[in-house]
Design a protein around this ligand. Structure first.
Ligand SMILES: *[C@@H]1O[C@H](CO)[C@@H](O)[C@H](O)[C@H]1NC(C)=O
Ligand SMILES: *[C@@H]1O[C@H](CO)[C@@H](O)[C@H](O)[C@H]1NC(C)=O
Ligand SMILES: *[C@@H]1O[C@H](CO)[C@@H](O)[C@H](O)[C@H]1NC(C)=O
Ligand SMILES: *[C@@H]1O[C@H](CO)[C@@H](O)[C@H](O)[C@H]1NC(C)=O
Ligand SMILES: *[C@@H]1O[C@H](CO)[C@@H](O)[C@H](O)[C@H]1NC(C)=O
Ligand SMILES: *[C@@H]1O[C@H](CO)[C@@H](O)[C@H](O)[C@H]1NC(C)=O
Ligand SMILES: *[C@@H]1O[C@H](CO)[C@@H](O)[C@H](O)[C@H]1NC(C)=O
Length: 331
């Protein structure tokens, strides 16, 4: 018991001498790099190379003693002695934490001269995204504000890129004012600090807009044959389609025609065209944001239809007529 007390007292004296040496002697022992950089979680060995006959030696973390000779003072199980002989005095720190960053000192006495070597441990943390906006759905014309929060040591950069990998903005926030439908996509947030490969995450922005009918065509049809009328509409959310005849009569699927609705279009399928099928059809596309309609003709080639769609003027096919027909139908 008293032996231990005595030993501590001796160590105390010795350390006082070392610390005194630290402050009075500027002599640096030249074999250590000034900075050691290590990633969080890794192990690091702090080496102290000695080229002289050494009587006492110690490793310190700031002013806390880690080792004096082979005696461990640190209670931290991650700290261990790797080597201790006349030329090398090295310790290891396992699973390095951010708190370990700081100055470490190897102190020793050679020929009764206190000497020190300093090393600064830099702990890096790979850049990592810790929180990012959830996927959003907005109406066209709204403002969209996205965030992407990142951590890391050194302080990481944060950038936003779009689908085509164009840089949109630097920083944690991406603000889009009055978003347009073509801006609906996945936005990628990238954070990097050079410690590890960049961390990336994506946010999907869905932009709602009312249906816009993109493609309708008047279609020629032969009696007794099949025919199809098509109505394409761009819309988010997906449009629902309805068909009407000229007099706003609702067209329903039946034995002679079927309505086939797909994601972006609706088809009106005539299995066997009869006289009564010729006419003016209106496609009506709607979603929660609005609606749109477009009209098209199912016509008999060589026939010219009046505006009212009642009378059919028959005539022989000809180039001029076809031109006239196409002009009429464009109205
Ligand atoms: C050690 O790191 C500090 C910053 O952490 C820097 O200012 C200094 O230049 C570095 N020294 C060397 C030798 O790299
Ligand atoms: C001290 O240990 C190191 C590493 O094990 C070894 O390379 C070196 O030769 C040893 N020096 C002496 C003087 O024993
Ligand atoms: C070094 O000292 C700091 C501050 O006292 C402490 O948080 C850290 O755990 C120490 N690291 C080691 C490896 O002793
Ligand atoms: C992420 O940020 C949102 C909005 O600020 C917040 O509600 C949420 O709790 C955060 N999530 C985490 C894991 O921090
Ligand atoms: C179309 O209908 C007509 C009259 O109802 C019938 O004579 C003809 O066989 C049908 N054609 C086809 C391909 O079903
Ligand atoms: C069809 O669209 C026109 C404008 O293009 C609009 O005036 C009309 O009310 C629409 N019809 C229906 C049934 O929505
Ligand atoms: C077809 O019907 C629509 C709606 O009733 C009308 O606006 C359009 O002028 C008609 N087209 C023709 C060629 O008659």
């Amino acid at each position: 018991m008293s032996g231990a007390v005595l030993q501590n007292a001796i160590l105390g004296l010795f350390l006082a001498a070392l610390c005194n040496g630290l402050s009075t002697s500027g002599a640096e022992f030249g074999h250590l790099p000034d900075n050691i950089t290590v990633s969080e979680g890794e192990s690091v060995i702090l080496r102290c190379k000695i080229d002289d006959e050494v009587t006492k030696k110690a490793w310190l973390n700031r002013s806390n003693i880690l080792f004096t000779g082979t005696d461990k003072w640190s209670l931290d199980p991650r700290v261990s002695l790797v080597n201790s002989n006349d030329s090398d005095f090295s310790i290891q720190i396992k699973r390095v934490a951010v708190a370990d960053e700081g100055p470490y000192t190897c102190s020793f006495q050679a020929r009764n001269q206190p000497r020190t070597a300093h090393v600064y441990l830099i702990v890096q943390v790979p850049a990592r995204i810790v929180n990012i906006s959830v996927d959003v759905t907005v109406n066209e014309g709204s403002n969209v504000n996205l965030f992407c929060l990142a951590v890391g040591r050194p302080e990481p950069t944060v950038t936003w890129k779009d689908f085509k990998y164009d840089l949109l903005s630097e920083g944690e926030f991406l603000d889009i004012t009055e978003i347009k439908r073509h801006q609906a996509e996945e936005f990628e947030c990238i954070t990097n600090n050079g410690v590890a490969p960049p961390d990336t995450r994506r946010v999907r922005v869905t932009v709602n807009y009312p249906p816009m009918i993109t493609d309708v065509k008047n279609m020629p049809a032969q009696l007794g044959k099949a025919a199809i009328l098509r109505c394409e509409a761009m819309a988010v959310p997906t449009a629902t389609f309805e068909w009407y005849r000229d007099d706003r009569r609702r067209v329903e699927s039946g034995s002679t025609l079927q309505i086939k609705n797909e994601k972006t279009r609706s088809l009106l399928l005539f299995n066997n065209v009869t006289e009564k099928h010729f006419g003016n059809y209106t496609c009506y596309a709607s979603n929660s944001l609005g609606s749109s309609n477009a009209s098209m003709l199912l016509f008999r080639p060589g026939a010219v239809y009046s505006r009212a769609m009642g009378a059919v003027v028959s005539s022989g096919p000809g180039v001029c007529l076809c031109l006239l027909l196409s002009l009429l139908l464009k109205i």
